[in-house]
Ligand binder design. Structure first.
Ligand SMILES: Nc1nc2c(ncn2[C@@H]2O[C@H](COP(=O)(O)OP(=O)(O)OP(=O)(O)O)[C@@H](O)[C@H]2O)c(=O)[nH]1
Ligand SMILES: [Mg+2]
Length: 478
């Protein structure tokens, strides 16, 4: 679906929407949209009805032609030069033969916008942001406010807005693909299909009520029930998929467990390719759970290093560490159960007891283990050495394969938030009630509620309550 289709605006232009709404003309906003710090180029964006005049002031009256990169000297209110920059003027209405006709807004926010590509040094930015603050009617943007305005002007729906936040946060290839699909309307399209079916079935149910005495196909109500049941099944599948979507956003958890000194922290560091956790010959070094984010097979992974497990630790801190280790391992998607290569093929019974189908057994310290003994006892385990790097590639491949199985190959455009789960489950629940309704008249009301639940997902109902939560997740400048 095209990302830039027009939708009816949800709030009146210039109305009291947005965190800094007020009567009359809407505030102009500006923000540094690139990361702060030193860079060759930094991008500052402006949005709001006063953006054109702001650009006039900043360029000393030389507003560039629309949608053309133009080199301009940027000046402050006293005419002093701030920077030599590339400037783009993005009026909300597209020019051309159709100008003046009702058409899709031609900027990200749906308002007049400008982008300044400036030298990315702290002093340049301070000067420019200061000059922008001094512009009448302009203020710094809140986090996510540009995207919020895009939503409020009807250019994108809430699902697309959330996907924009995910795209900015994406760290791995799979996250990027999913978020990009969502920002281009993949989730909205799935939702649109359900809404279409729901509308059709609602109309049929209403017909059985309104025209009960007239000639209607005898099995119309039965047909409706079949359609409702089909839709309910699809929604329940979508609810089930949310946990996968959440995993993708938050990362799959892989816990390392084993006896003290089994080599957990060494393996964590080797997989992370940096010294994250303390490694020491003292047994019981690690107490807290140490987390590292990695990408494996295109998926985000959080590796968890944990306290070594042993019988009866005296130290209360170590005991607490072990409690946390067990809890995190129980909740993890996959577990690497580490067996100390130094004592192999003897195995630590506590770790052995934890082995289940989420586990990959790992024999550590391969550089010190007799290869003959390891070969005999391989049994699907991977032999690694944190010292020589032996087996690490194989372990990563095994992990990527297992994660790939957990991930499956879902649709592009996964529902991934608790908010989605609640609305989809609510809709599925209403459909279940419609199916259980003794007569079409009662089912019609359930179907109306089901439609409202779907509408909430794209932001057509209950909007205000949601907005601050959703847009608060964003970076400033997006
Ligand atoms: N030769 C060799 N020594 C290793 C290897 N991995 C770990 N060690 C040594 O084993 C000892 C314990 O390593 P750690 O990584 O701290 O073990 P741990 O499982 O995190 O231990 P706790 O945090 O105490 O539970 C250290 O002296 C490491 O240098 C390895 O692959 N080869
Ligand atoms: Mg450790």
């Amino acid at each position: 679906m095209a990302p830039h289709r027009a939708r009816p605006p949800l709030t009146e232009p210039g109305g009291p929407a947005g965190p800094a709404g007020g009567a009359g003309r809407r505030d102009g906003i500006f923000a540094l949209s690139t990361a702060p710090g030193r860079a060759a180029i930094a991008v500052i964006r402006l949005s709001g009805p006063g953006s054109g005049e702001a650009l006039d002031r900043l360029t000393g009256g030389r507003r560039p032609p629309p949608r053309r990169f133009s080199r301009r000297r940027l000046v402050d209110a006293q005419g002093g030069t701030l920077d030599d920059a590339v400037v783009v003027w993005l009026p909300s209405a597209a020019a051309g033969p159709k100008a003046g006709a009702r058409q899709a807004a031609a900027s990200y926010t749906g308002e007049d916008m400008a982008e300044l590509q400036v030298h990315g040094g702290p002093a340049v930015l301070r000067g420019l942001l200061g000059a922008l603050s001094a512009l009448p009617g302009f203020r710094p943007a809140e986090p996510g406010e540009f995207t919020r305005r895009a939503f409020e002007s009807g250019r994108i729906d809430l699902l697309e807005a959330e996907a924009v936040a995910d795209l900015v946060a994406a760290e791995t290839e799979t996250q990027r693909r999913q978020a990009l699909a969502g920002s281009r309307g993949a989730l909205s399209a799935r939702l649109g299909g359900w809404e279409e079916t729901l509308l059709q079935v609602s109309a049929r149910v209403e017909a059985t009520i309104d025209f009960a005495d007239e000639e209607l196909p005898a099995d119309l109500w039965q047909l409706c029930r079949r359609q409702i049941a089909g839709l309910q099944g699809e929604l329940e599948a979508a609810v089930a998929e949310v946990s996968l979507g959440e995993r993708l956003r938050q990362g799959f958890e892989v816990a390392l467990v084993g006896a003290p000194n089994a080599g957990k922290s060494s393996l964590l560091n080797a997989l992370a390719r940096r010294e994250v956790a303390i490694v020491h010959e003292v047994a019981g070094t690690t107490r807290d759970v140490v987390e590292v984010r990695l990408e494996l097979g295109g998926l985000p992974v959080t590796l968890l290093d944990t306290a070594g497990l042993r019988d009866d630790p005296r130290d209360p801190v170590e005991r607490e560490g072990m409690r946390r280790a067990r809890a995190r391992a129980a909740a993890a998607d996959l577990v690497l159960a580490l067996f100390d290569g130094d004592i192999w093929p003897a195995v630590d019974p506590i770790t052995l007891d934890l082995v289940d189908d989420r586990c990959i057994p790992v024999i550590t310290k391969g550089d010190r283990t007799d290869p003959g003994r390891v070969a005999v006892a391989g049994r699907g385990g991977v032999v690694v050495s944190a010292v020589t790097g032996q087996g690490l590639g194989g372990l990563e491949a095994r992990l990527a394969e297992r994660l790939g199985q957990l991930w499956g190959a879902p649709n592009e455009g996964l529902f991934s938030r608790e908010r989605h789960r609640a609305a989809l489950a609510d809709c599925a629940g209403c459909l279940a009630e419609a199916l259980a309704a003794p007569e079409p008249g009662l089912a019609a009301e359930d179907l109306r509620r089901a439609r409202a639940a779907l509408g909430r997902l794209v932001g057509r109902f209950d909007v205000e309550r949601l907005l601050d939560r959703i847009f608060g997740e964003f970076c400033i400048g997006k």
